[in-house]
Design a protein around this ligand. Structure first.
Ligand code: ZN
Length: 284
């Protein structure tokens, strides 16, 4: 691991708001760890370095900046609006969050693969992500996704059965989207406000149906990462500040590697290019 990478990790750690607690009270009231802020920073940094090494990353992932004090105004991407988008205040479909910060957002879809090592890796490295769940794939193990939720990751709606929504009537689309809202309320205690249409395909009825059951945002993605390559929506084939990156809960049955391999590819690239991974919900 390159020493410059370690230094950049240290610099990023310096902006951690959690490190600015009561100064000069070292030695009392801790839970076993160092209480002095500098010592705590150093300990956390050492922990992250060890975690990056353990998961075989090239560099320590960068820490994201503090969430924006004022949330950016999210509108539908040009060309991704439907008739009535503004007049009916329909959930916007977008691929990038407007921000100048060098952050990207990790979103993970469907829910087929339930790899415990993936949960450990993201927890060790403190990488935020948002999961879009389709009920037919997650219903055999809601507990796996509850563990995610308990670590602060947001679970969002990706329909009951993952259909091609534009091929369905309004009522059928409503059953798929609002039906999943009900499942999520029952299984995870909360109906989400964020929904992603399967395959990124939707029409006006999709957004109307989604709005009718409480959906406010319909993010899709600007890049997709696979275990062995990346795919880009834009011709420049680059990451941009605020880009939403898609990957899937997949394992060796679906592609040549594990979730951990997939996340290693993702993290190595975003870190190498100077991006941190931030929480999508902090910007919505
Ligand atoms: Zn999907």
């Amino acid at each position: 691991m390159a020493s410059t990478a370690l230094l950049s990790g240290c610099a990023a750690l310096g902006s951690d708001p959690g490190a600015q607690g009561a100064p000069g009270q070292g030695g009392h009231g801790g839970h076993g760890g160092p209480v002095d802020p500098q010592a705590r920073l150093a300990a956390e940094h050492a922990r992250l370095v060890a975690a990056a090494r353990h998961w075989n990353l090239d560099e320590v992932p960068l820490r994201p900046p503090a969430p924006p004090a004022r949330k950016p105004k999210i509108t539908a991407r040009d060309g991704f609006e439907v008739d009535g988008q503004e007049e009916e205040n329909l959930p916007p479909v977008f691929t990038t969050v407007p921000t100048r910060q060098k952050v990207v957002f990790l979103t993970i879809d469907d829910g087929a693969e339930k790899d415990p090592a993936f949960l450990r890796m993201m927890s060790d490295l403190k990488i935020p992500y948002t999961a879009f769940l389709s009920n037919y794939l997650v219903k055999d193990d809601y507990g796996y996704f509850r563990r995610m939720q308990s670590e602060g990751h947001t679970l969002n709606n990706h329909t009951l059965t993952h259909p091609y929504l534009p091929g369905l009537s309004y009522e059928e689309q409503k059953d798929e989207i609002c039906g999943m809202q009900a499942v999520m309320k029952r299984r995870f205690g909360k109906a989400p406000t964020v929904f992603r249409p399967p395959y990124g395909n939707y029409n006006g009825d999709t957004l109307r149906a989604a709005k009718s059951c409480g959906i406010k945002y319909a993010p899709i993605w600007d890049e997709e990462v696979f275990v062995d390559h990346w795919e880009y929506r834009e011709d420049d084939k680059n990451l941009h500040p605020g880009d939403i990156v898609l990957t899937h809960f997949r394992g060796r049955e679906d592609w040549d590697g594990t979730m951990v391999d997939d996340m290693r590819r993702f993290l190595n690239k975003v870190t190498r290019e100077g991006y941190a991974v931030a929480r999508l919900e902090d910007y919505l």
